[in-house]
Write a protein that binds this ligand. Structure first.
Ligand code: PGA
Length: 252
């Protein structure tokens, strides 16, 4: 059984005071959180420590939105896995499409970041997904195949087992346009096929694959009813305590 994992990606939103308030509201709303699901909050770097202080005695976990692959050094503006671990993170999002689009991240930098995260015991949430243009040209599978093959190159089977993959079609992110549950599941099933091919059947059946892109309280149930969807990566709807709580508390 793959335990569903629900992650809130706050992106570049919330000052540390606002982050603290949202985390407190979520801890209150989620006192009855059952251990059949995992919940992770990913505030901006400046909110990590304050959010950790609020959630540390609750079942909610902390994640970051990015990291650098080196441990330390002259890399102005960057943050290492060791620093994330130090402020209480146990997860880190890697290769989000906004990072690939606006900050020139490639499958190769994604790969280096995965190794850096694993090295510190962080769980990488590796994002993949096609653009609208690629989908319209029928290149979805080709793009995903390349992102998985190049992004995950060199990982051992046991390292691969520690990953979470997030399928986020770029055309569905922040647009209000969700992939249909069937469209999403089709790609998730394909990702499992690729994991079996690049690693083995155990890796393919055990890795959790999340869907991301305009997830809301009104579509969570239908997405989670799909057999290869094991959770969601939520942007906009994770910025409000009530809507994120409704998503977390979805019933199958
Ligand atoms: P969205 O963002 O839910 O606002 O579409 C998802 C994401 O980018 O992770």
């Amino acid at each position: 059984m793959r335990r569903p994992v629900i992650v809130g990606n706050w992106k570049m939103h919330k000052t540390s005071t606002e982050a603290e308030e949202l985390a407190k509201a979520l801890v209150n709303h989620l006192t009855d959180l059952t251990d059949d699901r995992e919940v992770v909050l990913c505030p901006p770097f400046t909110g990590l420590k304050v959010v950790f202080e609020v959630i540390k005695s609750s079942p909610i976990k902390l994640g970051a939105q990015n990291l650098h692959w080196e441990k330390s050094g002259a890399f102005t503006g960057e943050i290492s896995a060791l620093m994330l671990k130090d402020v209480g993170c146990s997860y880190v999002i890697i290769g989000h499409s906004e990072r690939r689009t606006y900050f020139c991240e490639t499958n190769s930098t994604v790969n280096k970041k995965i190794f850096a995260a694993l090295d510190q015991g962080l769980i990488p949430i590796v994002c993949v997904g096609e653009t609208l243009e690629e989908r319209e040209k029928n290149q979805t599978f080709e793009i995903i195949e390349r992102q998985i093959r190049e992004g995950l190159v060199g990982l051992t089977h046991s390292q691969a087992l520690r990953l979470i993959i997030a399928y986020e079609p770029v055309w569905a992110i922040g647009t209000g346009k969700t992939a249909t549950p069937e469209q999403a599941n089709e790609v998730h099933t394909f990702i499992r096929y690729l994991l079996a091919k690049n690693f083995n059947e155990t890796v393919a059946s055990e890795i959790r694959i999340q869907y991301g892109g305009s997830v809301r309280p009104d579509n969570i149930k239908s997405l989670m009813s799909q057999k290869d969807i094991d959770g969601v990566l939520v942007g906009g709807a994770s910025l409000d305590a009530d809507s994120f709580t409704k998503i977390v508390k979805f019933k199958e």
